[in-house]
Design a protein around this ligand. Sequence first.
Ligand code: NAD
Length: 514
Amino acid sequence: MIPYKHEPFTDFSVEKNRTDYLEGLKTVEAYLGQDYPLIIGGERITTEDKIISFNPANKEELVGRVSKSNKELAEKAMQAADEAFKTWRKVKPEVRADVLLRAAAIVRRRKHEFSALLTKEAGKPWNEADADTAEAIDFMEYYARQMLRLKDGMPVESRPGEDNRYDYIPLGVGVVISPWNFAFAIMAGTAVAAMVAGNTVLLKPASTTPVVAYKFIEVLEEAGMPAGVVNFIPGPGSEVGDYLVDHPNTRFISFTGSKEVGLRIAERSSKVNEGQIWMKRLIAEMGGKNTMVVDKEADLELAAQSIVKSAFGFSGQKCSAGSRAVIVEDVYDTVLERVIELTKELTIGDPTDQSNYMGPVIDGNSYNKIMSYIEIGKEEGRLVAGGDGDDSKGFFVNPTVFADLDPQARIMQEEIFGPVVGLMKAKDFDHALEIANNTEYGLTGGVITNNRANLEKAREDFHVGNLYFNRGCTGAIVGYQSFGGFNMSGTDSKAGGPDYIVLHMQAKTTSEMY
Ligand code: NAD
């Protein structure tokens, strides 16, 4: 097998690539507005009640109507997954890995269609959509290979007349709950990691982006996934999510989303319910409040570019987004000025138009939440760019910069999940690091400096799961920058990392006397 290499990003300055993306868009436009069923044990089930997925750049445009599961259907899916586990766990790891490799190949052939669907369903500009699709491919390619490394277990010692083995076996039925912001990559990555390890899966995608998840299950089926291995059960988190998290047959939960929901799942999943014979395992990847630190001895243009890109890529709706910048006072004014200039150059509008750097935010709730944070920011700091939005057609929030904030300001402490960045001054580099560590989160961080001693200081003391030097703090690549955070950012289960698959397995020791 060829070694793993990440999927290259598409260069949209090449005419052929632009035409291919537009072809993908046409394919998607031809199927907009269709109905999609649940998939339980391979069976298509249509419900009366539907989740309506619409285009956040154009509220009038229906992306799809997706059947909605409820407790009864979640129970049916649990039974299907339990049944499928009996056989899937015995399927050879090589065969399970082959399903992922073939699925990756299918997605690669339909790459621009998937990206265009992300543009329509999640409001992703071309390059952001392309990166999401590339990451989904990477997760499949990478996890398939990781599983093959684990298939013979780990070496342990044996003595004369005795043979000891250490093997990894699957856990059981896993509930995979995914967010909308990497509607393809995280949904697919968390589902296939669980599945390639020999578990069966109940996949509950985010309610704003269920169509891309449905299309992905079709790909898995085409790639040879047996019925019941990944079941597609979109539905309200509060009803279906709670039911499955509480279910005694749930062996593990793989959650990616907000801190609030993650903590609720952590609490509920620790309770032992009637008939339950294990402690549930929880993988939880949650929010962030990520900081770019700028030293006085630094490339200030790089600093401004990195702050702007980390804050406004995909409208700040990345868990890794840099929503704060702490700048040493000697260079604060210069960096601030340049950040304002760069922010004012950004274009915003319909993401199907390639010239727009930013598209909409995901929905009305998100729009209102971001706008209310902007009002808070106006009280707490100095508004120097943006500060307004327009939700008449879609949910557009202009890239917004606040300056001169206090380290304890709400804008500097709470995850906004939108295109808002707060800047503040630090006395010196040590002070900047101290501020950078002052939230309850610990997901990503960036440091811009040419001072080697300060880089080393940051390496030791900047307490985040993903730390980046002399670049922005978003854009982790599977197999290169394994991704996951500390503290309230989650269980530091590094997605796209060398030990991620093991989290979905348990080790069994067998000792035989000859
Ligand atoms: P969210 O927490 O609102 O929803 C995530 C998922 O949980 C959705 O599928 C939702 O339906 C489901 N859910 C809601 N209530 C539930 C319940 N009671 N039980 C079970 N499931 C329930 O998050 P979101 O708005 O979809 O995503 C944005 C958040 O995700 C941000 O906080 C972001 O930082 C975080 N995120 C983290 C990472 C990471 O790797 N650390 C990656 C992406 C997003």
